[in-house]
Design a protein around this ligand. Structure first.
Ligand code: ME8
Length: 503
């Protein structure tokens, strides 16, 4: 074991069913979790649902349900989708669970005992869709600056967290941990936001009741973001044990909720004397066919139907290959088809089927043993593949999925060029022919390991077709990506298209 690795997604609100944005964050976290397991880490991969707060209460009322009834219904939609998307989470947290209430109460009491919570009165604006407190000057044309929707005026007694005390400690923390907020541009935004000054934060409400009551003052419910952020600690065992998983290695989130994660969350933790997470990575935002996704436009993408139509691995691949992680992207059916047909079906799928049919035709369906490698041909492929290890792992460790896939595909294209150059169908020398067939099988075996975190089912199918009898998930990446000739003597299977062409 290399150590522990703890990765999280946001916990999603249950006021609405999952869409492509939720799928994106969760697939990205899944790829990282699978990669880290292959690298020998003990991984805790957490996702879940955010079930309290005014927004969920309001949505439930509109549907004639109690909030917990709504949560119970919607949570299965998330869980079913995660199964369908091959999400390998180790835990699923719901903020209505008992273990979570205990953790939130403990964190509240700890922060309170530090002298960082006081009773006052909140009088200002509130955006229910964002569950966010806003000042008059933050509003844009009287609306929420983040989601553009109407805000409401609040005036009620409230507990406040002394966020103003943490301006300096936060800046120092960010300074000392330059990788804490990623990507870099987001770090700068947060730093300048903090430098403008932090006001104390309202952390309780009295005008609705769907939440965790404030300890020793049950007339208040705890602010949903104080409640929600604590989920990351709950799942690590807080307050009982932290079992080696805290601090979290990375919270993967969308850029919409960066302030909550990069300012409030570390401030609560610093107050409680708990180490903040090592990294918060804010990814970009998806539009759909060039437009903002919204219910009123009716263009919300249902990830389940995309999977049914195009395939699970095709969808996972597209999400992480279409845009560099951290930037905004646009989802369109034509772009998805284009990637599937050119990169998956043509580049990789065809390489596999050509290789299998040549092994079948020229060597009776058994991967031959190689003889001497020719420097310009097999030697070149072997060294490209050997160089991939450092390129791939350094990209993956930076959550540069786009870069990692780009590197793999460079090798895939080189393998295709190699097939054409070495032209096995013309080769007269049986030793050379064996060397070529072996090189292709060995190259594909190793490519299979690298693509596994992104496309686990297809990678396993690739392995099985070239005669490997293990599941990649149980292997060690470092062992399996070495050019060891493990494919020699394997019985290949009949070529079945890994990625059918889409018309
Ligand atoms: O904010 N593009 O939950 P939420 C990319 N409960 N990602 C998107 C997206 C889009 N168009 N739309 C949503 C909450 N997302 C809180 C979180 S965490 C302690 C509490 C993704 O259901 C993205 O990850 O509104 C974003 O951060 C998340 O969904 C918001 O999900």
């Amino acid at each position: 074991m290399k150590g522990d690795f703890y990765v999280t997604t946001p916990i999603y609100y249950v006021n609405d069913i999952p869409h492509i944005g939720h799928a994106y964050t969760t697939v990205a976290a899944d790829v990282l979790a699978r990669y880290k397991r292959l690298m020998g880490f003990r991984v805790l991969f957490l996702t879940g649902t955010d079930e309290h707060g005014q927004k969920v209460e309001k949505a439930a009322r509109a549907q004639g349900l109690t909030p917990i009834e709504l949560a119970d219904r919607v949570v299965t939609r998330f869980q079913d989708l995660w199964k369908k998307l091959r999400i390998s989470n180790d835990d699923f947290i719901r903020t209505t669970q008992e273990r979570h209430r205990i953790a939130v109460e403990r964190l509240w009491r700890t922060v309170r005992d530090r002298g960082d919570i006081y009773l006052g009165e909140y009088e200002d604006w509130y955006c229910i869709p964002c569950e966010n407190f806003l000042t008059q000057t933050q509003l844009v044309d009287g609306r929420c600056p983040d989601c553009g929707r109407e805000v409401e005026r609040l005036r009620e007694p409230s507990y406040f967290f002394r966020l103003s005390r943490y301006q300096k400690p936060l800046l120092e923390y960010i300074e000392r941990n330059p990788d804490f907020i990623q990507p870099e541009g987001k770090r700068r935004e947060i730093v300048s936001f903090i430098k403008e000054g932090l006001r104390d934060l309202s952390i309780s409400r009295t005008t609705f009741s769907w939440g965790i009551p404030v300890p020793d003052d049950p007339g208040h419910v705890i602010y949903v973001w104080f409640d929600a952020l604590t989920n990351y600690l709950t799942a690590a065992g807080y307050p009982h044990t932290q079992d080696g998983f805290w601090p979290a290695d990375v919270h993967i989130i969308g850029k919409d909720i960066l302030r909550f994660h990069a300012i409030y969350w570390p401030a609560f933790l610093l107050s409680a004397g708990i180490e903040p997470p090592r990294k918060v990575f804010a990814h970009g935002w998806w539009t759909v066919e060039g437009k903002k996704m919204s219910k009123s436009l009716g263009n919300v993408v249902d990830p389940g139907s995309v999977v049914d139509e195009f395939g699970v691995d095709q969808f996972r691949y597209f999400l992480l290959r279409e845009v560099p992680f951290g930037l905004d992207g646009d989802f369109s059916t034509s772009a998805l088809k284009q990637r599937i047909n050119s990169e998956l079906a043509n580049d990789l799928g065809n390489l596999l089927s050509r290789t299998l049919s040549m092994i079948d035709k020229y060597h009776g369906g058994t991967v031959p043993e190689p003889s001497t490698l020719r420097a310009e041909l097999e030697g070149r492929i072997k060294s490209l593949i050997e160089d991939l290890f450092v390129q791939y792992t350094s990209a993956m460790d930076r959550l540069d999925y786009y870069g990692a896939l780009g590197r793999i595909w460079t090798v895939v294209r080189e393998l295709n060029i190699y097939v054409d150059k070495s032209a096995p169908w013309k080769e007269k020398d049986p030793n050379t022919l064996s060397t070529v067939l072996h090189t292709l099988a060995e190259g594909l075996r190793i490519v299979g390991v690298y693509i596994y975190p992104f496309m686990p089912d297809s990678a396993n199918r690739l392995w099985s077709q070239i005669g490997m009898d293990r599941e990649i998930g149980g292997c060690s990446l470092q062992d399996e990506v070495r050019w060891t000739g493990k494919t020699t003597g394997r019985r290949t299977k009949k070529a079945e298209p890994l990625f059918p062409k889409i018309r």
